[in-house]
Ligand binder design. Structure first.
Ligand code: TSX
Ligand code: MN
Length: 618
């Protein structure tokens, strides 16, 4: 499509300015059609950047290997750039926008030489929904265009919807690797050195500039940059929530439906939970989103969650027929794989796929690799952050309403983390404010490779720490404000904290997890209906030991361990929150959350003091 066909003067002006700065050979407006996608993939196969997979085993699918320096989001090069540093807050890198724009303009000068510049007009959320946001990504990466076509709604319909003066978020991206005359990528992943990489969010004018990386959240600007960081700012200003949450639909044996959202730090199996297959008779779980949810009040006063993406950009290693057959099915065709291993018969393989590597495979560096199970130190064949980009509609358990422009009414919000001790299998907050407190203290144990945190817990409030586009203290206050704005507190979702990762003293998993988590979801469901068996505890509302159906292999003792309050452990936990976590947010930390901390500590104190029933037993 030609730029002259676009009727939006502001968009055309911006595109022309960017073209003048970056000097591409050609400007292409993306239509999002299958022919366009296929043509771009074909071009990348020809240039050696992509490998076509076996059409019998993975029809319509390709493999990319990125540069070893460009394999993940780079938080140290990610910036919230606004006039006042305080507005970026303690959790974000900050550079003054005047300075950062000057630096990046210098880098963008001539950076698309020898390349095509693509204009991707995309919608986060269904096209035309009052809650959707349109973005326009300008990029010089065909890989980005193809991923955006899977992950978002791209092209003609969105351009039409944008009209002559519709609002859009400008998203500028370049891999930062211009080509000399006659030069081609020749199979080399284009990107710039680390010190030239920038992922910048100009939050005062809601503009995204990304330079130097072609990978994932650094480059697919609709996802983390727009739908979380910029959207969180819009959400604060407009009174809604942009959250790092999956959305699932759960149906009980009587056919009653509820919708649950859930936020977890990385490596907790969020995609697995979104696509869970229940082990309890008659229950069903379906998926609306595995990563991002936008929540706002409906006319009925309930909080609605809308799914904003159209695909899954999932971590490949660990995905198996056992852990997540639905994700494997979603990625069985028309999928882009990045940095996984390639088998001799042009299929894919990765660590934790559920079977041994067949013969010698090509690892993510492009080198022959033969599995050596005796060698615990062997470098993996697939990069630990290797990915599949798969269309949501290919997921066998996608809910029919995943596309609904008004979203779905939320009954429960789950927070969770990877916690071998202290945190029980599940507990429910006493109120929205207490639930916000639980979200604010979310954390996961740090892995052996990164023992940089004294407590061994890395806090990741609401699993949003890297994605809050403004001051995190203000974000906590915004959560409280959203709850306070409910026209009826009883219509608010109930908020839970779950922990699938409890271990015994000798390091064995106490809970089988995966499909058996449906037993916890059942209790959550019952809490929302007011039929659950509950007990009030110092930390919140918990299931009685017999309230949750016990999976095979879990003894009654185990269940008691999973569902008891570790009073001393919780006191240490809250001391860490008081001394190390909350102070990070300084004056911006809402008093209401300090008050919850005081309240829970007082309840724990009361529980640990020997009770005096009368004068005779002092
Ligand atoms: O995704 C996971 N979930 C959520 C599933 C809906 N994982 C994988 C985490 C890494 C991404 C889990 N790992 C879960 C879980 O609930 N639980 C565990 C821990 C665990 C691992 C293995 C076993 C039991 C628990 N059991 C056996 O291997 C036999
Ligand atoms: Mn995510």
């Amino acid at each position: 499509m030609k730029l002259s066909e676009i009727k939006h003067a502001g968009l055309v002006k911006w595109v022309n300015e960017v073209a003048a700065l970056t000097t591409p050979d050609e400007v292409v407006v993306c239509t999002g059609s299958k022919a366009e996608y296929d043509g771009l993939i074909e071009g990348m196969v020809k240039s050696g950047l992509a490998t076509r997979l076996n059409p019998e085993k993975k029809p319509g699918s390709v493999l990319f290997r990125s540069d070893p320096s460009d394999v993940a989001r780079v938080e140290k090069r990610t910036y919230i750039s606004c006039a006042k540093q305080e507005d970026a807050g303690p959790t974000n890198n900050w550079i003054d926008p005047v300075e950062l724009k000057a630096t990046m303009t210098g880098l963008y000068k001539g950076c698309m030489k020898g390349r095509k510049m693509y204009v991707i007009v995309f919608s986060m959320g269904p096209v035309g929904s009052a809650f959707s946001k349109i973005g326009v990504e300008i990029t010089d990466s065909e890989y980005v265009v193809c991923n955006m076509i899977i992950m978002t709604r791209v092209g003609t319909k969105v351009i039409e919807n944008l009209g002559t003066d519709g609002y859009f978020v400008p998203c500028l991206h370049s891999v930062g690797k211009p080509l000399a005359a006659g030069e081609a990528d020749n199979g080399v992943w284009p990107c710039a050195p680390m010190e030239h990489k920038y992922i910048a969010h100009f939050t005062d004018d809601k503009v995204i500039w990304s330079y130097g990386s072609g990978y994932g959240g650094n480059a697919l600007l609709g996802k983390k940059c727009l739908a979380l960081r910029i959207a969180s700012v819009l959400a604060r200003d407009e009174g809604w929530l942009a959250e790092h949450m999956l959305i699932l639909k759960i149906t009980n044996p009587e056919g009653k439906v509820k919708y649950i959202t859930a936020a977890f730090p990385s490596a907790c199996g969020k995609t697995n939970l979104a696509m869970l297959i229940p082990t309890i008779e008659g229950w069903k779980v379906e998926t609306l989103s595995d990563d991002i949810a936008w929540l706002r009040y409906g006319k009925d006063g309930r909080l609605y969650a809308m799914s904003v993406e159209t695909g899954f950009f999932g971590v490949a290693p660990g995905t198996s027929a056992k852990s997540n057959p639905n994700a494997l099915a979603a990625a069985s065709k028309n999928t882009i794989f990045t940095n996984v291993a390639l088998t001799e018969d042009k299929d894919i393989w990765w660590e934790g796929i559920g079977y041994d590597a067949p013969g010698t495979v090509i690892d993510w560096h492009g080198n022959p690799w033969t599995q050596d199970k005796a060698n615990k130190e062997q470098a993996p064949a697939a990069h630990p952050n290797s990915r599949f980009t798969a269309p949501a509609e290919q997921c066998p358990c996608v809910a029919k309403e995943w596309n609904d422009p008004k979203g779905v009414p939320v009954s429960a919000i789950l927070f969770g983390g990877r916690r071998p001790s202290t945190i029980p299998l599940v507990h429910m907050s006493r109120s929205w404010t207490h639930g916000t407190f639980l979200g604010s203290i979310v954390g996961s144990e740090v892995t052996a490779a990164a023992l940089d945190v004294a407590s061994g817990i890395r806090r990741d409030p609401m699993a949003m720490k890297p994605f809050i586009g403004y001051n995190a203290g203000d974000y906590f206050q915004h959560w409280l404000d959203v709850g306070a704005a409910a026209k009826d507190q009883s219509l608010l979702p109930k908020i839970f904290y779950v922990n699938w990762f409890r271990k015994t003293q000798d390091g064995k998993w106490l809970w089988p997890g995966y499909g058996d988590n449906s037993r916890v979801l059942k209790w959550v469901f019952e809490c929302c209906d007011g039929t659950a068996k509950t007990v009030d505890t110092p930390i919140g509302i918990m299931p009685t030991v017999d309230a949750i159906d016990r999976p095979e292999g879990v003894s009654e003792e185990d269940m008691k361990a999973l569902l008891s309050v570790d009073v001393e452990g919780w006191k240490k936990e809250l001391e860490d929150v008081r001394k190390n976590h909350y102070p990070e947010f300084g004056d911006k930390m809402p008093k209401a959350l300090w008050d919850v901390l005081d309240d829970v500590e007082a309840r724990l104190d009361k529980a640990s003091k020997p009770r005096r029933c009368c004068h005779c037993c002092k």
